[in-house]
Ligand binder design. Structure first.
Ligand code: GLC
Length: 410
């Protein structure tokens, strides 16, 4: 089987890490298949995919197409780009889109894949426009399309060109199905992680040094949020929760990650978050590490991993990774994130955006080391049962087989 994968970003966001896990799992299960990746931006995804033996080409988005995004329109980012401004940007980008479609069409017809697997909203549409005749397209959906009005219209319009959808959670599956009036064939495939890389034992980063802080006093609880700086990832809730902790609790928070995407307006800056920490009077208690190459080593350096998304999280790869590292996890309970945890057993939950509840969960873990221990070891067990990435190939291959044997194909 020859498969072409299309991904808009070259950075390592959740959707890209997930794609790498799917590719690794498929490589191991079907070493003879030819897997090719076309990425629209250079970046760490390219070298990581090549290291897996995937033939990877960078086919750059022209700048107006790279910047285009409607995540801010009524979306979770909190930054409301006006529809009018967006329409103007769309018009500007249309010439760039036409050029790109021509290039992509050429690249795909040379690759002559049996199927195209697209990963990311722009590529779902560009793939549907550029596919060679009769080549099935599989949309791998990682986010809620209903938060993106322009994209919802586009996906609904081109749903007929999509042979199957892979959704990363039940709630994402329901969302895409509702957006496309129930016309899609949707399969649920939860993400998996590399359980060896994300394991309780192994190297740990020095988070204090990375953040330019003095080493924390012995007995300090280390609590971290690992995420891109998307506004909806709840950095401000996390900072407020740290400020709410009773003074007797020795805890240090870490914000691990940096701005990743080219799309305008949907991210905080580190300066803004540092400013907020200063306003809350907790500058000494919070470290900002910036982007880390090895999230597992960062997680292992923490006692508690916090997930604080203020909007329903489509899946929450970081939750699965932290569970695999055997850490105590606090997750924001909505969307796919609520599906993948067993609250009170392998993690603690809080309502999205509720800094008081988050502070309460951090406090409970701070004062009760045995709760941390129990929760962390249950988390590892759950990860082994549910997030082993070898499952990915065994769930994806039947979907590929179903779409490539559709009647009417050559
Ligand atoms: C996207 C989603 C995130 C998910 C990841 C992998 O980044 O927002 O929730 O974990 O994709 O599927």
């Amino acid at each position: 089987m020859r498969i072409a994968y299309l991904n808009p970003s070259g950075q390592l966001g959740g959707a890209e890490i997930s794609l790498l896990d799917f590719l690794a799992s498929l490589r191991a299960a079907e070493p003879d298949w030819s897997l090719r990746l076309i990425v629209a931006e250079d970046g760490p995804l390219v070298s990581r995919a090549r290291a897996l033996g995937i033939e990877t080409t960078v086919l750059l988005f022209p700048a107006p197409l790279a910047r285009l995004g409607d995540a801010g329109v009524g979306g979770p980012s909190g930054n409301q780009v006006s529809r009018l401004a967006l329409a103007a940007r769309l018009a500007q980008a249309s010439a760039a889109v036409a050029i790109y479609v021509r290039r992509l069409r050429r690249a795909l017809s040379e690759a002559a894949p049996d199927l195209i697997h697209t990963n990311g909203f722009k590529m779902h549409i560009l793939g549907a426009w550029s596919r060679p005749p009769r080549t099935p397209v599989v949309w791998h959906i990682h986010d809620y399309v209903s938060l993106r009005p322009v994209m919802t219209r586009l996906l609904r319009r081109y749903a007929g060109r999509c042979a199957a959808v892979v959704a990363n959670s039940r709630s994402v599956a329901d969302d895409i199905q509702a957006a496309c009036d129930g016309r899609l064939k949707v399969y649920l495939v939860y993400n998996g992680v590399d359980l060896e890389r994300f394991s309780p034992n192994g190297p740990q980063l020095d988070l204090d040094e990375l953040s330019g802080l003095e080493p924390a006093e012995a007995g300090t609880l280390r609590v971290g949020l690992l995420a891109t700086l998307g506004r909806w990832k709840g950095h401000t809730v996390f900072l407020k929760a740290l400020a709410l902790l009773p003074s007797g609790i020795k805890a240090r928070g870490y914000i691990i990650g940096d701005a990743l995407y080219q799309t305008d307006g949907s991210q905080h800056s580190l300066e803004y978050l540092r400013g907020l920490a200063a306003q809350l009077g907790i500058s000494e208690k919070v470290g900002f590490t910036g982007f880390v190459e090895e999230p597992a080593a960062a997680m292992r350096a923490l006692d508690v991993v916090v997930h604080a998304s203020t909007q329903p999280e489509p899946f929450g790869l970081v939750i699965a990774e932290a569970m695999a590292c055997g850490r105590a996890v606090i997750a924001s309970q909505a969307g796919g994130a609520a599906e993948i945890i067993n609250e009170g057993v392998d993690s603690l939950g809080h309502s999205p955006g509720d800094a008081y509840a988050l502070a309460d969960r951090i406090k409970r873990l701070a004062i009760d080391p045995s709760l941390r221990e129990r929760s962390g070891s249950a988390a590892r067990t759950s990860a082994e049962q549910r997030f082993n990435r070898s499952r990915l190939a065994s769930e994806l291959i039947p979907i590929y087989r179903a779409v490539t044997t559709l009647p009417g194909r050559e």
